[in-house]
Write a new protein. Sequence first.
Length: 146
Amino acid sequence: MIEKSAIPILIGVVGLVVLAGGLAASFGAVRRWRREKHGALVHTLASGRVVDRHIPAGSSNHPDPRYTVDFVTAAGRAVRFNTDSVGFAPRNVGDAVPVLYNPADPDDAFVRGGERVAAYLLGIAGIIFAIVGLLMALSALDQVMS
């Protein structure tokens, strides 16, 4: 059984772990957002299709599935590339995805994504957990000191 005084510490630790995950996801999302923003200047938008979704053996809900995406350039060249990022929600084989590609080098392509929302929500949840845990820990400390 967990002591009452340990609960605020546990909530604070959970908050810090969630916050760390949110920060890591946010950094990745910002990196992808910068690439997408820069890509929009020099890349061309095309419609791609997910042709394969690989989930490592032993896990039906692996957090990082790999996808294979096909698209056709404006010049008519068929291109296939692998990615771990297809936007906010997981995609299934056959789903359409927006692709940005470099017309000079169509193999330089990526899926235009929406992971930023999930990363920011995770970061905000971590901040809330950390603040609640800190306030509860301070309250428990105040009761101990009284």
